[in-house]
Design a protein around this ligand. Sequence first.
Ligand SMILES: Nc1ncnc2c1ncn2[C@@H]1O[C@H](COP(=O)(O)OP(=O)(O)O)[C@@H](O)[C@H]1O
Ligand SMILES: [Mg+2]
Length: 480
Amino acid sequence: MFNFFKKSQSQQSGVPKKRESLESLWRLTKILMENLEFEDVVYKTVNSLLNELGYLKSGYRIVVLSLVDEEAGGLRRIALSETEEARRATSVSTIPFERIVIPFSATQNLGIKVLMSGKPEVTTHWPDLLSPPLTAEAALTNQRSAGITTSMVYPVFARGKAIGTLIFSMVKKYQDVTEEEKDLLWGFTELIGLAVENSMLFTKLKNTSQQLTQANNKLQQLDQLKDDFVSVASHELRTPMTAIKSYAWMALNRADVDLSEKLKKYLVRVLMSTDRLINLVNDMLNISRIESGRIELLPEAVDLISLSKDIIDEVYYSKSIEKPIKFHLLEQSLPKVFADPNKLRQVFLNIVGNALKFSPPGGSIIIGFFTDGQSVETYIKDEGPGISKDDISRLFKKFGRLDNSYTATASSGGTGLGLFISKSLIDLMHGKIWAESEGVGKGATFKFSLPIATNELVEHADQYQIKPAGDIRELEPAAL
Ligand SMILES: Nc1ncnc2c1ncn2[C@@H]1O[C@H](COP(=O)(O)OP(=O)(O)O)[C@@H](O)[C@H]1O
Ligand SMILES: [Mg+2]
């Protein structure tokens, strides 16, 4: 084992040789950078110098790339050139090439030495390179079989850190290695450092992005499965629940049997509970239709005042027995808005329904409008408990019930899905929806704005339609 590198060799170089070296490096760069895959880069690292640059002719026979393997605690053999000499060495080796790891503790090994010092070394004695793990005898057998005279070991750097070594083995003496060759080998090793690091990053990134794609596909499948489940389960639930509801109603209203007060109370509870369940199922069906795009939107010019009157009538007649409420519709002359009347009805019913649900008996609900010439804002103001600042942001989320539980009193027994559905519908109609409240105890105001139905919009209404993906289904009625 000896080190000639410090001695300066007799200079036989001339300008043409330097240029040749540069051209060779340039060609190698191109070869190495063609593909960023790690496997490909390391294969080219150990073969391109010999084959493509004709270094076989100048006596080079084997190139070996080793890289630091922190997990294995050593320098691991990674790639070996495909030459006759390399084949001969591996065929007699006591340890297969890819399992050779030189432990970091083997400080006499030239690979480890080069890694530590960052300086090249040269040897004519393969035990310097291979033991441990090979015995000196086994290492010599490999060397004799390959017929190698001299091996030079270079450090491979990436970002200033030695990450491995390159061993160049040849059938000539070290004295016959020219300065140009050494320059080129240095340049080559530097290039390899960059290429190896890039390819490691690239391959890691590629694997990560493949994993992400897989995870994403899996999630999409699960999401689809969930949608299908919700859709099927909801349908299957609704049929028996409708039966329960009608039988409970018949039992409660049968004139020919006297029911005890207790029994009546039980039946009323059955009816209320089935109503809540049917509402929940309907809302879930609506959401699955909206989310999977199985919904049709046919916008036209809609008169908000007459729609409000319809809604008030409907809510008033269905609910005024339970709770006396005063409705005030602040009529004014208004431009029509551009919206799908059925979907808008759904939104209105939910917001007015909420206002009613949260109003104290005898309270007032005001429906009013505001326009800036571009859009019309509709507001629905109640005298209920109001909403705290923190809660306002949660209102329009799925299951955004503020008390955060399903066991909320039956009197406010909604699903927590109404506002989410309302927002989805308003979004589809290019509008906005939001809530305001002075705070808890001070009532709440829900507002939504929709574009004014200009002639331009109405004439091109077909362009604003949303065609359903799959079979069309109207939305299920909103829970009140
Ligand atoms: N007018 C209102 N006043 C106070 N809180 C309201 C009002 N409207 C909605 N909320 C709150 O927002 C939640 C979500 O409303 P919504 O999505 O319609 O579901 P649900 O009516 O089924 O509870 C309600 O549970 C309630 O906590
Ligand atoms: Mg509601």
